[in-house]
Design a protein around this ligand. Structure first.
Ligand code: HEM
Length: 457
């Protein structure tokens, strides 16, 4: 069926179930393929249809492979965030904005909105500039830098300092980064293989995970308590935490401590790993594409000379921005999403039963040769105004669309551009033997081990 001509949600009676993908292991079905080679498996599903059925153990799940159907799925009120991945997240991280649905979700989004207004980004950018310069200043000439770890720490510091300002935030952000790193590693395993008893066994890895998760929750409590303790700060400041502390619901009641806690955890979790993984991929891609790196350095020098770049420069760095966008296309950090149907419905002319789990992969869609010419080529110029219009609607959506669209999209684009525009003109980064840039599949996709040698330019 032609992608352009289809009306994604039909109004006529659905005629059939989506085609069932053949193969799969006895009992496990396609779950085995999904665990063994998730990226390859999800990418080849497009050869079976725009919407297909797969078997995950005893359950049937649905996979959307065409951009227009993914757009329809994300924009329709007939689907909520749900599915096994999210259920585990909620148990471990609480009912924050990323896992809630319905009225609670709408309320949480409304309260969060002021902190992400475009005019606020200029304030956060000061923190981004400071942190980017501090990161670049920490490296030594000739040093082998663990770029993945450095970017993770920088991203956690930026999101914590921007949204949760308290006096001790610098020191707490470093502790959050340590806990969060361990939490992320264990979280993915628990999301994919949610066999509760397995994780109760007191192995060193399970103990490390439990400790890190407890530390993360305790740190968030400490931050909220510190801010509550400072009455002036709670009202004078205008950040996300102030919004949460002063928010009132329809009945005039404030948020409970548990609600504030879950909300903050959600944001720190959502705001750190995606940014860090995107940066790691971008640095990796630039080591492979020296011409793009040269153009980026020249652009920054033309705009800022020898001074560090600032938020005010961002509008004049189109190539740097295109490098970021293309890195997000070909190496998206957030790669798999699920939704659950609230009632029986239809998508693309097929029947979807109630409570069905529907999956789609941004990674597969953003590398689909039907949507992108030379789809595996890193080509930042495909985002120039002359060419960007060639990309089909919903084929590129690293921040998603609809009511769950990432509220941190402008924040992230400013952050990514400032960090790249600060670090790359100062340091020439080259691969060393320890680098393993194969993809590590986790909650985000990132290079397995990105160690780069830093030499001053
Ligand atoms: C490169 C960086 C980032 C990427 C690629 C990214 C991507 C995404 C995507 C795709 C979603 C939607 C998930 C879905 O449809 O189920 C999302 C949700 C979310 N993101 Fe981001 N994100 C990034 C950075 C950030 C930052 C910096 C923040 C906060 C400071 C943030 C906060 C959130 C929150 C709170 C949600 C949940 C929204 C909801 O469910 O209503 N993200 N993000």
């Amino acid at each position: 069926m032609s992608v352009e001509s289809r009306s994604p949600v039909t109004t006529t009676r659905p005629i059939a179930e989506p085609p069932l993908v053949a193969g799969g292991a006895p009992l496990l079905g396609h779950a085995w393929n999904l665990v063994r080679d998730p990226l390859g498996f999800l990418a080849q599903l497009r050869d079976h249809g725009d919407l297909v059925r797969i078997r995950l153990g005893p359950k049937t799940a649905y996979a959307v492979t065409a951009p227009d159907l993914a757009g329809a799925l994300l924009k329709s009120p007939e689907y909520i965030v749900g599915g096994p991945l999210w259920d585990t997240l909620e148990v471990l991280l609480g009912k924050g904005v990323a896992t809630s649905n319905g009225q609670l979700h709408r309320r949480q989004r409304r309260m969060m909105q002021p902190a992400f207004r475009p005019e606020r980004i200029a304030d956060y950018a000061k923190v981004m500039e400071e942190e980017a310069r501090a990161t670049a200043a920490r490296w030594l000439p000739g040093e082998a830098v663990d770029v993945s770890a450095e970017m993770f720490r920088t991203a956690v510091r930026i999101v914590s300092r921007s949204l949760l300002e308290v006096d001790s935030i610098g020191e707490k952000a470093d502790r959050i980064a340590d806990s969060l790193h361990t939490v992320f590693e264990g979280l993915y395993r628990r999301m994919v293989l949610s066999v509760g008893p397995l994780y109760k066994v007191p192995t060193p890895a399970n103990r490390r995970f439990e400790r890190a998760l407890a530390d993360l929750h305790a740190l968030v409590d400490e931050i909220v308590a510190e801010r509550r303790g400072s009455a002036a700060a709670a009202t004078e400041k205008d950040d996300l935490l102030a919004g949460l502390l002063t928010a009132r619901d329809e009945t005039g009641a404030p948020l409970t401590d548990a609600e504030i806690h879950d909300h903050v955890v959600s944001l720190v979790v959502a705001g750190a790993e995606n940014v860090a993984s995107t940066l790691a991929w971008t640095f990796h891609l630039l080591t492979r594409h020296p011409e793009q790196e040269r153009r980026l350095v020249e652009e920054v020098k033309d705009v800022a000379g020898d001074r560090p770049i600032t938020f005010g420069d961002l509008g004049r760095l189109p190539h740097t921005r295109n490098v970021v966008t293309e890195a997000m296309r070909i190496r998206p950090a957030a790669w798999i999403f699920t939704r659950r149907s609230v009632a029986e419905t239809e998508l693309g002319g097929y029947r979807i039963p109630a409570n069905a789990d529907i999956v789609y992969s941004v990674y597969a869609m953003q590398r689909d040769p039907r949507s992108f010419e030379r789809h595996l080529e890193f080509d930042p110029d495909r985002w120039t105004p002359e060419r960007a219009g060639d990309v089909p609607e919903f084929a590129m959506m690293p921040f998603s669309v609809g009511n769950r669209k990432c509220p941190g999209d402008h924040f992230s684009l400013a952050e990514l551009t400032i960090i790249l525009g600060t670090v790359v003109p100062l340091w020439r980064l080259t691969r060393v033997a320890e680098t393993d840039s194969d993809t590590k599949v986790g909650i985000t996709l990132h290079p397995k081990r990105l160690v780069l040698r830093a030499d001053p330019r």
